[in-house]
Design a protein around this ligand. Structure first.
Ligand SMILES: Nc1ncnc2c1ncn2[C@@H]1O[C@H](COP(=O)(O)OP(=O)(O)O)[C@@H](O)[C@H]1O
Ligand SMILES: [Mg+2]
Length: 220
């Protein structure tokens, strides 16, 4: 019952949030006015967060209702939809530096919308939870017959005893002063990885944190 209510509410919130995001993007195309730009960025940042939360809650409720993550596999140009996610995040975080290390010319058979959702969760985590004054590096490529996508940010090292728990629902790591989130993003991201027969891992070294997706691929 509660899950059904969440599922309906989440679904109905999608359209108004999309409308807000569209308005934000229109505002950001009005370069002549600085105030409009600033307000547009705030709207873009907030509506992106709302959209991610809604998608994560919807997926969580669906999982509880017994419907796992279902995939629609297509062979779209991978780099193109990864670039769209990066562009969205850059609009929301104009001061950020995102370094791209893409070495990917093949089209990989995945659910592009799901991989975008996973990537969006990882990339906004990097900016929300990491040191956003330092660059975030995104790598994508085919290594040893698997599609690998990783996001690395600087930040306080996460103690190893917390690392595995981050992928559990409602897990929010250690110190969460003033950082609001549901703690569902990494859980959903790892569910998306598993649905693709892949994995999502985290490692922490030399002041950086890396989340890496690996999906086995069959290249034609
Ligand atoms: N890139 C990152 N750098 C540092 N800490 C992170 C990063 N990504 C996730 N975390 C930690 O893992 C927790 C869980 O992340 P997530 O499941 O996305 O939930 P939320 O972002 O809603 O808190 C975060 O609250 C944070 O403590
Ligand atoms: Mg998150």
């Amino acid at each position: 019952m509660r899950e059904q209510f969440i599922a309906i509410l989440g679904h109905d919130l999608r359209n108004p949030v999309a409308a807000i995001q569209n308005v934000a993007q229109l505002m950001l195309r009005m370069p002549e006015d600085n105030r409009v730009q600033r307000l547009g960025r705030i709207l873009q940042n907030s509506s992106l967060r709302m959209r991610e939360m809604i998608e994560n809650i919807l997926d969580f409720a669906r999982g509880r209702l017994g419907e796992g993550i279902s995939l629609t596999l297509t062979e779209q140009p991978t780099i193109e939809y990864l670039e769209i996610v990066i562009a969205e995040i850059e609009l929301a975080w104009p001061q950020s530096t995102i370094i791209k290390e893409f070495n990917l010319h093949q089209h990989i058979k995945v659910d592009a919308r799901r991989i975008s959702q996973l990537f969006s969760n990882l990339l906004s985590n990097a900016l929300h939870h990491g040191d956003s004054s330092k660059p975030v590096t995104v790598s994508a490529g085919i290594i040893d017959d698997s599609f690998q996508l990783s996001v690395t940010n600087y930040g306080e090292p996460i103690p190893s005893e917390f690392l595995a728990d981050l992928f559990k629902p409602f897990s929010k790591g250690k110190n969460q002063h003033g950082k609001h989130g549901l703690g569902l993003g990494l859980f959903i991201a790892s569910e998306i990885a598993h649905a693709h027969n892949g994995s999502l891992n985290v490692s922490s070294a030399a002041g950086t944190i890396t989340f890496r997706l690996e999906i086995p691929v069959i290249l034609s």
